[in-house]
Design a protein around this ligand. Structure first.
Ligand code: SF4
Ligand code: SF4
Length: 255
């Protein structure tokens, strides 16, 4: 079996949440509003083992176990374009774009033999899957796998840090467990926590510098979403997280 795919730079997929590797989140903290996105996968799902390996496992109150992806994420409403999407649908930071953008449409949280449906364009996407497009997936293998492997390697090497964060967050934010249970019941649901919780848990030495770069980005998105009722949750988060970033940047700068 062969599948073809080429990007026509329509820009449609450069909207809404973009899960990043930690490395990319740090590199783009002055550009993208960041959150930590927790996405549960239920036992029995195909991606369970891989998700557990790259993220963590969580035992629910009903004793069921979830595998959970924890991804630093560009947190913008689905209707919003990425701040680096140019008017002609091209990427302003093509040479430095995140691994997630390079690997698209493949998805490293799924096993390689389970990528076929990632190559089916979603509604409104103008990806070229015609006979003129190059073969990118053959016999359940990715033809040019360098980007996929790079992103997967980054995710694997950061897994221990995210697991440490998960232990901290589940201890100090007990509501998270119920949030994950509800998200799992919704299928495809997820839970959002702040970047500051991650920086606090992991005691990063560059936390103050990251906070100082995030604060103006969050302020800009708070302004963009202010007064739009359907984006009230985003707006609330941007305002609250902006305050946390300001305080984190100040605290670390204090003598
Ligand atoms: S960084 Fe570039 S490729 Fe990635 S979502 Fe933004 S515009 Fe699209
Ligand atoms: S939706 Fe498809 S064609 Fe459009 S930018 Fe994304 S990958 Fe390219």
């Amino acid at each position: 079996m062969e599948q073809r795919f080429a990007c026509t730079a329509c820009g449609a997929c450069c909207h809404g949440w973009l899960p990043l590797t930690l490395e990319d989140a740090v590199a783009h903290a002055g550009r993208f509003p960041l959150a930590m996105l927790w996405t549960p996968v239920r036992q029995g799902a195909k991606a369970f083992a891989r998700t557990a390996g790259l993220g963590t496992t969580v035992r629910l109150r009903d004793r069921k176990t979830l595998a959970v992806t924890i991804a630093p994420t560009m947190y913008i409403p689905p209707s919003f374009p990425c701040p680096e999407l140019a008017a002609d649908g091209r990427c302003n930071i093509h040479a430095d774009k995140p691994s997630r953008c390079r690997t698209m449409p493949f998805y490293p949280y799924r096993d390689e033999p389970d990528q076929a449906d990632m190559l089916v364009p979603r509604k409104g996407w103008a990806c070229d899957t015609s006979a003129a497009a190059p073969v990118v997936y053959r016999d359940h293998r990715i033809v040019d796998r360098a980007d996929f492997d790079r992103e997967h390697d980054q995710l694997r090497s950061q897994a221990a840090i995210l697991r440490g964060y998960a232990d901290y967050a589940l201890k100090y934010m007990p509501w998270l467990l119920d949030g994950l249970a509800k998200a799992a019941a919704r299928r495809g649901g997820s839970v959002v926590t702040s970047l500051s919780s991650f920086l606090t848990a992991t005691r990063r030495p560059d936390a103050a510098a990251l906070a100082a770069r995030q604060e103006p980005v969050l302020a800009a998105f708070a302004a963009k979403t202010a007064g739009i009722p359907e984006l009230a949750e985003y707006s609330r988060h941007y305002v609250a997280w902006g305050k946390e970033m300001a305080s984190m940047a100040r605290r670390a700068a204090a003598p």
